[in-house]
Design a protein around this ligand. Sequence first.
Ligand code: SF4
Length: 96
Amino acid sequence: MTRRDARPFVPDIGRPPDFHGAAACAGTDAERFYPRQGEHVPRIAKRICGACPVSDECLAWALKFPIEDQFGIWGGTSANERKTLLAARNREGGVS
Ligand code: SF4
C-alpha cells in the first residue's frame, strides 16, 4: 500500500483483493485516498467508503499489513486510525 494509482490496487501481493470487483472506489481518483503527510483526510474518501458494500472486507484486508506499511484510506479508516487499531490489537496479544 505504498503507491498512488487507480483504486483499488495491491502492489504488495501483485493482485487485487477478492473484494476488488465491488469496491465503491474502483475507478475513482486515487489521490483522494492518499493524503500527503500533514494533509487532512479527505472527507470525500470517507464518504465513498461509507457507501461501500465491501468496507468491512477492505478494513480487514488493510489490517493484515504491519503498522509501518499503513498508508491511505482503506475501509473508511485513515492510516493513523488503523495504526491505533493495530497497536491495540498488538497490546491484546495479536488476536484479530
Ligand atoms: S471501503 Fe473504501 S477503500 Fe475500501 S474498497 Fe470500499 S471504497 Fe475502496
